[in-house]
Design a protein around this ligand. Structure first.
Ligand code: SF4
Ligand code: SF4
Length: 389
């Protein structure tokens, strides 16, 4: 089959489970239909181990394209795969995934650029600079490219599809980055036929024109700090079906801690909760409400978020009855998962100043707290130490 491989193009689309499931599916199926219109053989598939999905867990679809392979040959080459090993083009729909990915079926935090091949491209939707994202990647021994189309991560959701044009913008950018997958002409005519919207055609064209590309060299990036797990080879499996139980511990947490130490859920996060311990009333609501049992009781009756397990769901910030005591903050502002309570205990004033400087100026106060509907509040000034409400 090697003679076929020369024109095989592989693409991966990384998205946040549930929130971006519909968006990820639109992109990976639309690009296949577009390639079909150009007479290519192409298909897409979802990574086998991602379903059933969970909010925020890094998931992936993949797609293959070829001019020379018949459908049967392409299927034999690639479709039986449960995952993709390498890709000429990697798409990332939430830039906080630059910090690493831990999908359901791959214990251990993996680099987002792991699959990119030499001279390949990794495409982000992001308002950040390429250098900021690349500084979080694993260093690779060859050159490749990072491409960016401007924008915030689109959270379209599973049950509805918020059409902010991210889907067609990605299609336009793909045509620029790898015209062997699809030409911009075919992308635009497909978008026009499918959506009957000049606005969407224009969005795809604009992304084609505006996508920014930067070279990444072997000197860029970091030595990957996490251990990469090796999956067992076929001859290392035990006889019969063996599923090792997760060891349960019941020493901490409201319902007894059930955290699986082999699955750190920190790469689910787009935002992380930060706690102002100095205004916390120790009411226990955050600790009792956290669906992932991510709070550790610590000295003096406080509750400290363990960021290796926190998924960033925001529930603790919703239930906390003290204004601004728990606020969700952009995950990219943090370099590690160190204990915030330990930081606070070491130097209270520096801790408060640091986290206040990271918070945005807008707060959403949910309906179940106001009893009157959701309130959006602008916060102009930092709360002084110990001033609650
Ligand atoms: S955001 Fe809060 S409630 Fe959600 S997992 Fe993290 S600590 Fe728990
Ligand atoms: S919900 Fe807020 S006030 Fe209550 S213990 Fe948690 S951080 Fe403190």
């Amino acid at each position: 089959m090697d003679h076929f491989k020369s024109d095989l193009i592989r693409m991966e689309v990384n998205y946040r489970g549930i929130f971006q499931k519909t968006l990820g599916k639109h992109i990976s199926t639309d690009i296949v239909y577009i390639a079909h219109e150009e007479g290519k053989t192409a298909f897409s598939n979802g990574r086998y181990s991602d379903d059933p999905q969970r909010n925020g867990v890094p998931c992936a679809n993949f797609a293959y394209f070829s001019r020379s392979l018949s459908e049967e040959d392409l299927e034999a080459e690639a479709s039986a795969a449960m995952d993709i090993k390498q890709a000429e083009l990697v798409v990332v729909l939430d830039d906080t995934m630059a910090k690493g990915l831990e999908p359901w079926g791959h214990y251990g935090i993996r680099p987002v650029n792991e699959k990119v091949v030499e001279d390949g491209t990794i495409l982000f939707v992001s308002n950040r600079k390429a250098s900021e994202l690349v500084s979080l990647f694993e260093r690779k021994p060859f050159r490749y490219r990072i491409a960016i189309i401007g924008g915030e991560a689109s959270f379209s959701g599973l049950w509805y599809f918020k059409d902010d044009m991210t889907d067609v913008r990605i299609l336009g950018a793909i045509a620029k980055l790898n015209p062997d997958i699809a030409s911009i002409g075919t992308v635009l005519s497909y978008v026009k036929k499918k959506y009957k919207s000049e606005e969407k055609v224009e969005a795809a064209r604009k992304a084609y024109e505006e996508v920014k590309v930067t070279d990444v060299s072997p000197a860029d990036g970091i030595t990957w700090p996490y251990e990469k797990p090796a999956l067992p080879a076929w001859d290392q499996f035990e006889e019969g079906v063996v599923v090792r139980a997760v060891k349960r511990g019941f020493s901490l947490g409201p319902r007894g801690q059930n955290r699986n130490p082999d699955f750190k859920r920190g790469t689910n996060r787009t935002e992380r909760p930060v706690v102002r311990f100095d205004i916390c009333t120790k009411c226990t609501l955050c600790w009792a409400s956290c669906p992932d049992e991510a709070f550790d009781p610590v000295r003096e009756g406080y509750y400290d978020v363990n960021y290796e397990y926190c998924t960033g769901c925001g529930r603790c910030a919703d239930v906390c009855p003290v204004d601004d005591c728990i606020v969700m903050v952009d995950e990219m502002k943090f370099a590690s998962n160190e204990s915030f309570y330990e930081k606070y205990a070491r130097d209270t004033v520096s801790y408060v100043n640091e986290i206040e400087s990271m918070k945005g100026k807008r707060r959403e106060i949910p309906e179940h707290i106001t009893g009157k509907g959701k309130i959006l509040r602008n916060v102009e000034k930092q709360k002084p130490l110990k001033e609650a409400r």
